[in-house]
Design a protein around this ligand. Structure first.
Ligand code: PLP
Length: 434
């Protein structure tokens, strides 16, 4: 469910006409719905009722300061993966007291930053990393709260680039090494084992793999509780969202008409499958959703540059490109495109939707059917609120796009489009070339 909908012929985000935003701030521009993010958070929280649950928003999905502030206001903690993300949470006015620091290659400086700001726990991916954390904590004269990430070796059934819980992935400690690793950790002077963690992948569309992973780890979790007095079990993120029927999935009616065996994973189904398994542990449960909270809360506005009609293919060339949204090129992901102004009297068009970057991979959609549109008309690319702007780059010296946050009838530019001067600020011509 989300708050993007047509009011009359015009696509709105909450009560704001998206064409007005495009006129004011140009394109390509990301637009986020604060109301949708809040709905997603509240729905997930409600679905886990019965547990002592803490939602730590995975900031890497969308780390705009305004988005982080919004989640901080809603009462989430954060799942963070770099010193930069830690600094973003602090800059947004949040704290680290309920946040966790994950990632396979934390530097000494990043570990120190997390400890100095009172991180709830560091999620540890290997024994050498634990030794480093112990060393940094010792230098600071503190005890570092940690939780090992355990790799349960289950298949998340998702895209190869976003599966993380198989034994062949770089993530986490193998289950069979877990007991020994905890015994060794307990002997370290500057380490306190606070919890245990897993995260099996992203964009999961069924509860089965989560259930399999939790069941596999449950005996270990119970043992760690007895032997080490752990306080929490983090079951990671990974809840998938709807990409294919993104616009339609905004309404309750769409969900009701989906056959039960084809209905995408809902937070209610996720909760119903997991709460009974987790409740008997009597532990605090951490969730680390990223995509689920922001994915369907963002669109990318783009303008049609040209409609190029070919002999056997049409190309709709738009002003957004793979540097603005890399997911189709990187993960072959599907994103729905819809016109900002709907006109049922138009003919249909079948075209590849492509950006202007000099790469054949700069293609958002193949043979996509939509209403005929021409130069200057506006489109929205849906379900890009997670891993959209956060993965944007500057390839072809294209500036990072603008970002706008909407709440009700209010909206504000929360990140101005980058300028040429900002893009080249760190560059210089060396003396020996002058
Ligand atoms: C990326 C990540 C998440 C969030 O994943 P989503 O699929 O966006 O929910 C959570 N936990 C960890 C450790 C991650 O690396």
């Amino acid at each position: 469910m989300h708050r993007f909908h047509y009011a009359g012929a015009d696509l709105h985000c909450e009560s704001v006409d998206l064409a007005a935003i495009a006129r004011l701030y140009g394109t390509p521009t990301y637009v986020y719905s604060a109301g949708t993010m809040a709905d997603n958070f509240q729905r997930l929280q409600a679905a886990m009722a019965g547990l002592d649950v803490r939602i730590c928003y995975a900031a890497k999905a969308n780390s705009n300061l305004a988005v982080l502030r919004h989640f901080s206001n809603l009462g989430t903690g954060f799942d963070l993966v770099s010193g930069g993300e830690i600094r973003r949470v602090l800059a947004a006015g949040g704290t680290l007291a309920e946040s966790v620091f994950a990632g396979v290659g934390k530097t000494e400086a990043e570990i120190a930053l997390a400890l100095e700001h009172g991180i709830h726990a560091l999620h540890v991916e290997s024994e050498p990393e634990l030794a480093r954390i112990n060393h940094v904590a010792g230098k600071l004269g503190v005890v570092a709260p940690v939780a090992f990430r355990i790799n349960p070796d289950v298949d998340a059934g998702t895209h190869a680039k976003i599966t993380t819980g198989k034994s062949g992935n770089k993530f986490g400690l193998p289950l069979r090494q877990a007991v020994a690793a905890h015994e060794a950790a307990a002997k370290l002077k500057h380490i306190r084992i606070r919890g245990v963690q897993m995260h099996i992948g992203s964009q999961l569309t069924a509860a089965g793999p989560f259930v399999a992973a939790v069941e596999k780890l449950r005996p270990l979790v119970a043992r760690l509780q007895a032997d080490h007095g752990i306080e929490y079990f983090s079951i990671g993120g990974g809840l998938g969202i709807v990409y294919q029927d993104a616009l339609a999935s905004g309404t309750a009616a769409w969900w009701e008409t989906q056959p039960a065996d084809r209905r995408p994973l809902t937070p209610e189904a996720y909760g119903a499958a997991l709460v009974p398994l987790l409740e008997p542990l009597g532990l605090k449960i951490l969730l680390e959703p990223g995509r689920f909270l922001t994915g369907n809360a963002g669109v990318l506005l783009t303008r049609v540059e040209h409609l190029k009609r070919g002999a056997d293919k049409n190309f709709l060339i738009v002003d957004a490109a793979m540097n603005d949204l890399v997911r189709p090129a990187m993960y072959e992901s599907y994103h729905e495109f819809v016109p900002l102004h709907r006109d049922s009297s138009r003919r249909a068009l079948v075209a590849d939707i492509v950006g202007p970057v000099c790469e054949s991979g700069d293609c958002f959609a193949h043979d996509r059917r939509l209403q005929e549109v021409g130069e200057g008309e506006l489109l929205a690319c849906l379900s890009v609120g997670a891993y959209g702007f956060a993965m944007a780059g500057r390839y072809n010296t294209r500036p990072l796009p603008a970002e706008v946050l909407v709440q009700g009838s209010a909206f504000e530019l929360v990140n101005a489009r980058e300028t040429f001067e900002q893009m080249t600020a760190g560059e210089k011509i060396p003396a020996f070339l002058q």
